[in-house]
Design a protein around this ligand. Structure first.
Ligand SMILES: C[S@@+](CC[C@H](N)C(=O)[O-])C[C@H]1O[C@@H](n2cnc3c(N)ncnc32)[C@H](O)[C@@H]1O
Length: 294
């Protein structure tokens, strides 16, 4: 049962429930396969570790949204941070817990897991100086209402002067309009859980009005003896100026905007949009020059 269905009364909410909810769950049901597929993705982990050092000046408290199997959580805890990890996927959380169990006792005790939805979660106090959402997590917020609800939860958990850092993909116009009937990115791999030789391929449909892409991930056994699976992955695409306006509408101001995980500025060739935002009211206002009396 989709977790968001009880709230589905508006067109926005029905869109989320009817078309999309499975697209934020199916890809995360096999956490071992997820970790295998993204085993080479390391630059973003280094970015969030460096950001934590810059923002916190040493070990501190971090709230991580959509923490998943702990790809970023575990290195942050190893660095000495206390991390509250929020996610809705039982499979990803179980993987995170089992990884945490292999950490030395002190680092293990630094991780607290909260099973919850990005739009409604509640983490234990105190408020934190840094909230992060690594690897396209906000692309699982499919409507303006959902993003606003999530940003309100961020505000509720952020200490004064704190920052929220996240990354989403830069929309790739050529990729979005690819032929949805062809199979793309065909790759052969060995399934880490079953040991079976598999072909992976993908295609997608893009809805340009709602800016939502529905991706189909195909897993077909090489021996053709049955056991093919199609996994749905649904992502909301954010264009850069739109994203800035959406965070501003939620009371945030962009204080850093990068086009990769090496701190390069965002440009048209970027694959990711990496944003660091702060509450607008906590940013000091420029002092006005006194006006001279005539
Ligand atoms: C692309 S994964 C990123 C996981 C992790 N941050 C990483 O860097 O590997 C997206 C994560 O967001 C979680 N997620 C998606 N929609 C969610 C929702 N509505 N509430 C909570 N978690 C959600 C998924 O379960 C998944 O673990």
């Amino acid at each position: 049962m989709p977790s968001r269905s009880p709230r589905a009364t508006t067109i926005d909410e029905r869109l989320v429930v009817e078309l999309i909810d499975s697209g934020s769950r199916e890809h995360y049901a096999d956490a071992a396969l997820y970790d295998y597929e993204y085993r080479r993705r390391r630059a973003d982990v280094t970015f969030y570790r460096e950001l934590a050092t810059k923002r916190l000046g040493g070990p501190g408290r971090i709230l991580e949204l959509g923490a998943g199997s702990g790809r970023v959580t575990i290195p942050l805890a190893r660095d000495g941070h206390d991390v509250v990890a929020v996610d809705q996927s039982k499979a990803m959380i179980a993987r995170l817990r089992s990884r945490a169990e292999n950490l030395p006792g002190v680092a293990r005790s630094r991780i607290k897991v909260v099973e919850g939805d990005l739009c409604t979660f509640s983490a234990p106090p105190p408020k934190v100086p840094l909230v992060i959402a690594a690897f396209n997590v906000l692309e699982h917020l499919y409507t303006r209402g959902e993003l606003a609800a999530c940003l309100a939860r961020v505000t509720a958990h952020l200490a004064p002067g704190g920052a929220f850092a996240f990354d989403v993909q830069m929309p790739d116009l050529a990729w979005l309009v690819r032929d949805p009937d062809r199979r793309w990115a065909k790759t052969r791999f060995t399934d880490p859980s079953t040991g079976r030789a598999m072909f992976y391929s993908t295609n997608h449909d893009y809805d340009p009005v709602n800016q939502i892409v529905t991706i189909r991930l195909y897993y077909d056994p090489v021996d053709g003896k049955g056991g093919s699976r199609v996994i749905k992955l649904t992502q909301r695409k954010y264009f850069p100026a739109e994203l800035e306006a959406l965070v501003a509408a939620a009371g945030f101001r962009v204080v850093g905007r990068f086009g990769d995980f090496f701190w390069a500025p965002l440009d048209g060739a970027a694959e990711s949009q990496v944003l660091v935002v702060e509450r607008a009211e906590t940013t000091p206002k420029p002092r006005r020059k006194p006006t001279r009396q005539r």
